[in-house]
Design a protein around this ligand. Structure first.
Ligand SMILES: *Cc1c(COP(=O)(O)O)cnc(C)c1O
Length: 392
Protein backbone atom coordinates (compact mmCIF):
# COMPACT_ATOMS: atom_id res chain seq x y z
CA UNK A 1 0.00 0.00 0.00
CA UNK A 2 1.16 3.53 -0.73
CA UNK A 3 2.93 5.09 2.21
CA UNK A 4 1.53 8.49 1.44
CA UNK A 5 -1.01 9.42 4.06
CA UNK A 6 -4.60 9.17 2.92
CA UNK A 7 -3.87 7.15 -0.18
CA UNK A 8 -4.77 3.53 -0.83
CA UNK A 9 -2.76 2.82 -3.95
CA UNK A 10 -3.99 5.42 -6.45
CA UNK A 11 -7.27 5.94 -4.54
CA UNK A 12 -8.28 8.29 -1.75
CA UNK A 13 -6.43 11.54 -1.17
CA UNK A 14 -7.86 14.93 -0.37
CA UNK A 15 -8.93 17.05 -3.30
CA UNK A 16 -10.48 20.00 -1.49
CA UNK A 17 -10.14 23.81 -1.36
CA UNK A 18 -7.37 25.21 0.84
CA UNK A 19 -9.64 26.44 3.66
CA UNK A 20 -11.00 22.91 3.90
CA UNK A 21 -7.48 21.46 3.99
CA UNK A 22 -6.81 23.36 7.21
CA UNK A 23 -9.98 22.06 8.84
CA UNK A 24 -9.14 18.48 7.85
CA UNK A 25 -5.58 18.84 9.10
CA UNK A 26 -6.89 19.70 12.56
CA UNK A 27 -9.23 16.69 12.53
CA UNK A 28 -6.34 14.45 11.48
CA UNK A 29 -4.12 15.69 14.30
CA UNK A 30 -6.75 15.13 16.98
CA UNK A 31 -7.64 11.72 15.54
CA UNK A 32 -4.02 10.51 15.63
CA UNK A 33 -3.67 11.84 19.16
CA UNK A 34 -6.88 10.13 20.32
CA UNK A 35 -5.74 6.79 18.87
CA UNK A 36 -2.86 6.87 21.36
CA UNK A 37 -4.93 8.24 24.25
CA UNK A 38 -6.01 5.74 26.93
CA UNK A 39 -8.68 8.06 28.33
CA UNK A 40 -10.24 8.38 24.89
CA UNK A 41 -10.36 4.62 24.52
CA UNK A 42 -11.81 3.97 27.93
CA UNK A 43 -14.58 6.49 27.30
CA UNK A 44 -15.33 5.02 23.87
CA UNK A 45 -15.31 1.47 25.26
CA UNK A 46 -17.63 2.50 28.06
CA UNK A 47 -20.27 3.85 25.69
CA UNK A 48 -19.89 0.98 23.21
CA UNK A 49 -20.64 -1.44 26.02
CA UNK A 50 -23.20 0.42 28.12
CA UNK A 51 -25.02 2.46 25.48
CA UNK A 52 -24.64 0.58 22.18
CA UNK A 53 -24.77 -2.88 23.73
CA UNK A 54 -21.47 -4.33 22.45
CA UNK A 55 -20.19 -6.89 22.00
CA UNK A 56 -23.12 -8.13 19.91
CA UNK A 57 -23.35 -11.87 19.11
CA UNK A 58 -21.87 -13.81 16.22
CA UNK A 59 -24.87 -16.01 15.63
CA UNK A 60 -24.85 -19.39 13.89
CA UNK A 61 -27.80 -19.34 11.48
CA UNK A 62 -28.38 -23.06 11.73
CA UNK A 63 -31.72 -23.35 9.95
CA UNK A 64 -30.56 -21.19 7.05
CA UNK A 65 -27.29 -23.13 6.78
CA UNK A 66 -29.02 -26.52 6.90
CA UNK A 67 -31.62 -25.57 4.33
CA UNK A 68 -28.89 -24.44 1.92
CA UNK A 69 -26.94 -27.64 2.62
CA UNK A 70 -23.42 -26.25 2.41
CA UNK A 71 -21.18 -23.97 4.44
CA UNK A 72 -22.07 -22.86 7.98
CA UNK A 73 -23.36 -19.29 7.94
CA UNK A 74 -22.65 -17.03 10.90
CA UNK A 75 -24.27 -13.60 11.24
CA UNK A 76 -22.51 -10.67 12.90
CA UNK A 77 -25.46 -9.07 14.65
CA UNK A 78 -24.87 -5.33 14.13
CA UNK A 79 -28.65 -4.98 13.88
CA UNK A 80 -28.84 -5.46 17.65
CA UNK A 81 -26.94 -2.23 18.33
CA UNK A 82 -28.80 0.72 19.80
CA UNK A 83 -30.50 2.53 16.87
CA UNK A 84 -30.46 -0.69 14.87
CA UNK A 85 -27.34 -0.69 12.73
CA UNK A 86 -23.56 -0.38 12.61
CA UNK A 87 -23.78 3.39 12.03
CA UNK A 88 -23.70 4.20 15.74
CA UNK A 89 -20.14 2.75 16.08
CA UNK A 90 -18.77 5.44 13.80
CA UNK A 91 -20.94 8.28 15.04
CA UNK A 92 -20.07 7.68 18.66
CA UNK A 93 -16.34 7.65 17.89
CA UNK A 94 -16.51 10.84 15.84
CA UNK A 95 -18.65 12.68 18.38
CA UNK A 96 -16.10 11.81 21.06
CA UNK A 97 -13.42 13.24 18.72
CA UNK A 98 -15.50 16.44 18.44
CA UNK A 99 -15.69 16.59 22.22
CA UNK A 100 -11.89 16.20 22.43
CA UNK A 101 -11.55 19.10 20.01
CA UNK A 102 -13.68 21.16 22.38
CA UNK A 103 -16.54 21.57 19.89
CA UNK A 104 -20.11 22.05 21.09
CA UNK A 105 -21.74 21.89 17.68
CA UNK A 106 -21.89 18.95 15.26
CA UNK A 107 -23.30 18.72 11.76
CA UNK A 108 -23.95 15.86 9.37
CA UNK A 109 -25.50 15.08 6.01
CA UNK A 110 -28.12 12.42 5.56
CA UNK A 111 -29.88 10.79 2.62
CA UNK A 112 -32.49 8.34 3.86
CA UNK A 113 -32.04 9.66 7.39
CA UNK A 114 -30.27 6.74 9.08
CA UNK A 115 -26.97 8.56 9.58
CA UNK A 116 -28.83 11.70 10.64
CA UNK A 117 -30.73 9.77 13.29
CA UNK A 118 -27.54 8.12 14.60
CA UNK A 119 -25.78 11.51 14.75
CA UNK A 120 -28.74 13.19 16.49
CA UNK A 121 -28.72 10.32 18.98
CA UNK A 122 -25.07 10.83 19.91
CA UNK A 123 -25.59 14.61 20.06
CA UNK A 124 -28.45 14.10 22.53
CA UNK A 125 -26.28 11.75 24.59
CA UNK A 126 -23.51 14.32 24.93
CA UNK A 127 -25.66 17.46 24.98
CA UNK A 128 -24.25 18.93 21.76
CA UNK A 129 -25.99 21.25 19.33
CA UNK A 130 -26.77 19.27 16.18
CA UNK A 131 -27.69 20.36 12.66
CA UNK A 132 -28.55 17.78 10.00
CA UNK A 133 -28.56 18.67 6.29
CA UNK A 134 -31.04 16.73 4.21
CA UNK A 135 -32.25 17.27 0.64
CA UNK A 136 -35.82 18.56 0.46
CA UNK A 137 -36.85 15.55 -1.64
CA UNK A 138 -35.47 13.21 1.03
CA UNK A 139 -37.17 15.09 3.89
CA UNK A 140 -40.50 14.40 2.17
CA UNK A 141 -39.70 10.75 1.41
CA UNK A 142 -38.45 10.19 4.97
CA UNK A 143 -40.65 12.46 7.06
CA UNK A 144 -40.66 10.05 10.02
CA UNK A 145 -36.86 10.17 10.22
CA UNK A 146 -37.04 13.98 10.18
CA UNK A 147 -39.43 13.74 13.14
CA UNK A 148 -37.07 11.28 14.90
CA UNK A 149 -34.15 13.67 14.55
CA UNK A 150 -36.26 16.54 15.86
CA UNK A 151 -37.41 14.44 18.81
CA UNK A 152 -33.73 13.86 19.57
CA UNK A 153 -33.22 17.62 19.65
CA UNK A 154 -31.55 18.14 16.26
CA UNK A 155 -32.35 20.84 13.74
CA UNK A 156 -33.02 19.44 10.27
CA UNK A 157 -32.18 21.81 7.41
CA UNK A 158 -34.07 21.04 4.23
CA UNK A 159 -31.67 21.66 1.31
CA UNK A 160 -33.39 23.19 -1.72
CA UNK A 161 -30.48 23.46 -4.16
CA UNK A 162 -29.60 21.18 -7.10
CA UNK A 163 -31.47 17.87 -7.18
CA UNK A 164 -32.44 18.48 -3.51
CA UNK A 165 -31.00 15.08 -2.48
CA UNK A 166 -27.91 13.66 -0.72
CA UNK A 167 -25.24 15.25 -2.92
CA UNK A 168 -26.65 18.73 -2.27
CA UNK A 169 -26.94 18.00 1.44
CA UNK A 170 -23.20 17.12 1.46
CA UNK A 171 -22.38 20.41 -0.29
CA UNK A 172 -24.40 22.43 2.25
CA UNK A 173 -22.81 20.61 5.19
CA UNK A 174 -19.34 21.36 3.77
CA UNK A 175 -20.24 25.06 3.38
CA UNK A 176 -21.39 25.14 7.00
CA UNK A 177 -18.17 23.47 8.12
CA UNK A 178 -15.92 25.95 6.34
CA UNK A 179 -17.96 28.90 7.71
CA UNK A 180 -18.05 27.58 11.30
CA UNK A 181 -14.86 25.55 11.58
CA UNK A 182 -13.91 27.23 14.86
CA UNK A 183 -16.79 25.56 16.75
CA UNK A 184 -18.18 22.82 14.49
CA UNK A 185 -17.29 19.20 13.73
CA UNK A 186 -18.62 17.41 10.63
CA UNK A 187 -19.62 13.79 11.35
CA UNK A 188 -19.23 11.97 8.03
CA UNK A 189 -21.44 8.91 7.61
CA UNK A 190 -19.43 6.35 5.63
CA UNK A 191 -15.88 5.32 4.75
CA UNK A 192 -15.76 7.96 2.02
CA UNK A 193 -14.73 11.60 1.60
CA UNK A 194 -11.30 13.23 1.74
CA UNK A 195 -8.55 12.06 4.10
CA UNK A 196 -8.70 11.53 7.08
CA UNK A 197 -12.39 10.48 7.02
CA UNK A 198 -12.03 7.04 5.38
CA UNK A 199 -9.35 6.17 7.92
CA UNK A 200 -11.39 7.49 10.87
CA UNK A 201 -14.53 5.63 9.85
CA UNK A 202 -12.60 2.39 9.33
CA UNK A 203 -10.97 2.78 12.71
CA UNK A 204 -14.28 3.11 14.54
CA UNK A 205 -16.05 0.41 12.49
CA UNK A 206 -13.28 -2.18 12.71
CA UNK A 207 -14.68 -3.21 16.09
CA UNK A 208 -17.06 -5.33 13.95
CA UNK A 209 -14.26 -7.44 12.48
CA UNK A 210 -12.22 -7.58 15.68
CA UNK A 211 -15.15 -8.97 17.63
CA UNK A 212 -16.14 -11.36 14.83
CA UNK A 213 -12.61 -12.73 14.64
CA UNK A 214 -12.41 -13.34 18.37
CA UNK A 215 -15.88 -14.89 18.39
CA UNK A 216 -15.27 -17.28 15.48
CA UNK A 217 -11.96 -18.42 17.00
CA UNK A 218 -13.81 -19.12 20.22
CA UNK A 219 -16.69 -20.97 18.54
CA UNK A 220 -14.90 -22.83 15.76
CA UNK A 221 -11.24 -22.64 16.68
CA UNK A 222 -10.37 -21.28 13.27
CA UNK A 223 -10.83 -18.37 10.89
CA UNK A 224 -13.75 -18.29 8.43
CA UNK A 225 -13.29 -19.29 4.79
CA UNK A 226 -15.21 -16.29 3.60
CA UNK A 227 -16.57 -12.98 4.92
CA UNK A 228 -19.33 -11.03 3.20
CA UNK A 229 -20.77 -7.52 3.63
CA UNK A 230 -22.92 -5.16 1.58
CA UNK A 231 -21.23 -2.06 0.18
CA UNK A 232 -22.76 1.38 -0.08
CA UNK A 233 -20.06 3.85 0.87
CA UNK A 234 -18.38 0.85 2.44
CA UNK A 235 -18.26 1.48 6.19
CA UNK A 236 -19.84 -1.71 7.53
CA UNK A 237 -17.85 -3.71 4.97
CA UNK A 238 -14.45 -2.16 5.77
CA UNK A 239 -15.26 -2.57 9.46
CA UNK A 240 -15.71 -6.31 9.02
CA UNK A 241 -12.94 -6.74 6.43
CA UNK A 242 -10.01 -4.79 7.83
CA UNK A 243 -9.02 -7.15 10.68
CA UNK A 244 -9.01 -10.04 8.15
CA UNK A 245 -7.12 -8.41 5.26
CA UNK A 246 -3.79 -9.92 6.30
CA UNK A 247 -5.32 -13.40 6.73
CA UNK A 248 -4.73 -14.59 3.19
CA UNK A 249 -6.87 -17.71 3.61
CA UNK A 250 -9.99 -15.65 4.26
CA UNK A 251 -11.88 -14.76 1.11
CA UNK A 252 -13.31 -11.22 1.24
CA UNK A 253 -16.48 -10.40 -0.69
CA UNK A 254 -18.34 -7.10 -0.94
CA UNK A 255 -21.84 -7.03 -2.41
CA UNK A 256 -22.96 -4.00 -4.41
CA UNK A 257 -26.54 -3.21 -5.41
CA UNK A 258 -27.47 -4.23 -8.96
CA UNK A 259 -30.87 -2.54 -8.48
CA UNK A 260 -33.22 -3.44 -11.32
CA UNK A 261 -30.32 -5.15 -13.16
CA UNK A 262 -26.89 -3.95 -14.29
CA UNK A 263 -28.08 -3.84 -17.91
CA UNK A 264 -30.92 -1.40 -17.06
CA UNK A 265 -28.56 1.31 -15.81
CA UNK A 266 -30.75 1.55 -12.69
CA UNK A 267 -28.27 0.39 -10.05
CA UNK A 268 -25.53 1.72 -7.77
CA UNK A 269 -22.75 -0.81 -8.48
CA UNK A 270 -19.85 1.67 -8.42
CA UNK A 271 -17.02 -0.85 -8.50
CA UNK A 272 -18.60 -3.35 -10.87
CA UNK A 273 -19.68 -0.76 -13.45
CA UNK A 274 -17.75 2.41 -12.57
CA UNK A 275 -14.35 3.81 -13.50
CA UNK A 276 -11.70 5.58 -11.38
CA UNK A 277 -12.58 9.23 -10.90
CA UNK A 278 -12.95 11.95 -8.29
CA UNK A 279 -16.05 12.57 -6.19
CA UNK A 280 -16.62 14.61 -3.02
CA UNK A 281 -12.90 15.30 -2.64
CA UNK A 282 -11.38 11.82 -3.08
CA UNK A 283 -10.54 9.31 -5.80
CA UNK A 284 -12.49 6.05 -6.11
CA UNK A 285 -14.52 4.00 -8.58
CA UNK A 286 -17.39 6.27 -9.66
CA UNK A 287 -20.49 5.89 -11.78
CA UNK A 288 -20.05 8.98 -13.93
CA UNK A 289 -20.82 10.27 -17.41
CA UNK A 290 -18.18 11.22 -20.02
CA UNK A 291 -17.70 14.61 -18.35
CA UNK A 292 -17.04 12.98 -14.99
CA UNK A 293 -20.38 14.13 -13.52
CA UNK A 294 -21.85 11.52 -11.16
CA UNK A 295 -24.75 9.59 -12.71
CA UNK A 296 -28.10 9.17 -10.98
CA UNK A 297 -28.16 5.88 -9.07
CA UNK A 298 -30.93 3.62 -7.89
CA UNK A 299 -31.30 0.83 -5.32
CA UNK A 300 -34.17 -0.65 -3.31
CA UNK A 301 -32.09 -0.01 -0.17
CA UNK A 302 -31.58 3.72 0.32
CA UNK A 303 -28.37 3.16 2.31
CA UNK A 304 -26.59 1.64 -0.72
CA UNK A 305 -27.62 4.38 -3.12
CA UNK A 306 -24.35 6.26 -3.75
CA UNK A 307 -22.43 6.73 -7.05
CA UNK A 308 -19.00 6.30 -5.42
CA UNK A 309 -17.40 3.99 -2.87
CA UNK A 310 -14.72 4.18 -0.21
CA UNK A 311 -11.13 4.52 -1.48
CA UNK A 312 -9.90 1.47 0.43
CA UNK A 313 -12.51 -0.76 -1.25
CA UNK A 314 -11.39 0.67 -4.58
CA UNK A 315 -7.86 -0.39 -3.67
CA UNK A 316 -8.88 -3.83 -2.37
CA UNK A 317 -10.62 -4.42 -5.70
CA UNK A 318 -7.79 -3.11 -7.87
CA UNK A 319 -5.22 -5.15 -5.92
CA UNK A 320 -7.37 -8.27 -6.09
CA UNK A 321 -7.45 -8.84 -2.31
CA UNK A 322 -11.24 -8.53 -2.22
CA UNK A 323 -13.88 -9.48 -4.72
CA UNK A 324 -16.92 -7.32 -5.42
CA UNK A 325 -20.12 -8.89 -6.72
CA UNK A 326 -23.71 -7.68 -7.06
CA UNK A 327 -27.22 -8.58 -5.95
CA UNK A 328 -30.41 -7.23 -7.52
CA UNK A 329 -33.44 -5.77 -5.74
CA UNK A 330 -35.31 -9.03 -6.32
CA UNK A 331 -32.47 -11.14 -4.87
CA UNK A 332 -32.30 -8.87 -1.83
CA UNK A 333 -36.07 -9.11 -1.36
CA UNK A 334 -35.90 -12.93 -1.49
CA UNK A 335 -33.16 -12.94 1.14
CA UNK A 336 -35.16 -10.45 3.24
CA UNK A 337 -38.11 -12.87 3.30
CA UNK A 338 -36.03 -16.01 3.71
CA UNK A 339 -34.02 -14.82 6.71
CA UNK A 340 -37.17 -13.49 8.37
CA UNK A 341 -38.98 -16.81 7.98
CA UNK A 342 -36.10 -19.16 8.74
CA UNK A 343 -34.32 -17.37 11.56
CA UNK A 344 -36.84 -14.87 12.91
CA UNK A 345 -34.55 -12.00 11.97
CA UNK A 346 -35.84 -9.26 9.66
CA UNK A 347 -32.70 -7.78 8.05
CA UNK A 348 -32.29 -4.28 6.65
CA UNK A 349 -32.69 -4.29 2.86
CA UNK A 350 -29.04 -3.20 2.66
CA UNK A 351 -27.89 -6.24 4.66
CA UNK A 352 -30.21 -8.49 2.62
CA UNK A 353 -27.87 -7.93 -0.35
CA UNK A 354 -25.06 -9.61 1.61
CA UNK A 355 -27.34 -12.41 2.86
CA UNK A 356 -28.45 -13.02 -0.69
CA UNK A 357 -24.90 -13.63 -1.90
CA UNK A 358 -24.17 -15.92 1.05
CA UNK A 359 -27.26 -17.91 0.08
CA UNK A 360 -25.90 -18.17 -3.45
CA UNK A 361 -22.45 -19.51 -2.56
CA UNK A 362 -23.12 -21.54 0.62
CA UNK A 363 -24.51 -24.53 -1.33
CA UNK A 364 -21.33 -24.62 -3.45
CA UNK A 365 -19.18 -24.98 -0.32
CA UNK A 366 -18.68 -27.96 1.98
CA UNK A 367 -20.32 -28.42 5.37
CA UNK A 368 -17.12 -27.84 7.28
CA UNK A 369 -16.57 -24.45 5.67
CA UNK A 370 -17.57 -21.18 7.35
CA UNK A 371 -19.05 -17.92 6.07
CA UNK A 372 -19.47 -14.80 8.19
CA UNK A 373 -22.05 -12.28 6.94
CA UNK A 374 -22.32 -8.81 8.39
CA UNK A 375 -25.93 -8.20 9.33
CA UNK A 376 -25.42 -4.45 9.21
CA UNK A 377 -28.92 -3.42 10.31
CA UNK A 378 -32.43 -4.47 11.18
CA UNK A 379 -35.31 -4.28 8.74
CA UNK A 380 -37.97 -2.54 10.83
CA UNK A 381 -37.30 0.65 8.87
CA UNK A 382 -38.02 -1.23 5.62
CA UNK A 383 -41.16 -3.16 6.49
CA UNK A 384 -43.56 -0.51 5.15
CA UNK A 385 -41.63 -0.25 1.87
CA UNK A 386 -41.52 -4.03 1.38
CA UNK A 387 -45.22 -4.27 2.24
CA UNK A 388 -46.01 -1.79 -0.53
CA UNK A 389 -43.77 -3.57 -3.06
CA UNK A 390 -45.17 -7.03 -2.32
CA UNK A 391 -48.76 -5.79 -2.46
CA UNK A 392 -48.37 -4.17 -5.87
C1 LIG B 1 -26.17 2.99 5.86
C2 LIG B 1 -26.30 1.53 5.84
C3 LIG B 1 -25.50 0.72 4.99
C4 LIG B 1 -24.57 1.27 3.95
O1 LIG B 1 -23.51 2.03 4.41
P1 LIG B 1 -22.02 1.49 4.42
O2 LIG B 1 -21.24 2.71 4.74
O3 LIG B 1 -21.72 0.94 3.07
O4 LIG B 1 -21.95 0.46 5.47
C5 LIG B 1 -25.61 -0.66 5.09
N1 LIG B 1 -26.47 -1.23 5.94
C6 LIG B 1 -27.26 -0.49 6.77
C7 LIG B 1 -28.18 -1.19 7.69
C8 LIG B 1 -27.20 0.91 6.74
O5 LIG B 1 -28.00 1.62 7.55
Amino acid sequence: MSLERGFFGEFGGSFVPNEMKEVLKKVEEVFYACKEDDDFHSELDYYLKEYVGRPNPLYYAQKLSEKLGGAKIYLKREELNHTGSHKINNVLGQVLLAKKMGFKRIIAETGAGQHGVATATAAALFGLECVIYMGEVDTKRQSLNVFRMELLGAKVVSVKTGTRTLKDAVDEALNDLVANSDNTYYVLGSAVGPHPYPEIVKYFQSIIGREAKEQILEKEGRLPDCIIACVGGGSNAIGLFSPFVKDKGVKIIGVEPAGKGLETGEHAASMTMGTPGTLHGFKCYVLADEKGEPLPTYCIAAGLDYPGVGPEHSYLKASGRAEYVTATDMEALDAFKELSKLEGIIPALESAHAISYAMKIAPTMSKDQIIIVNLSGRGDKDVQQVFEILNK
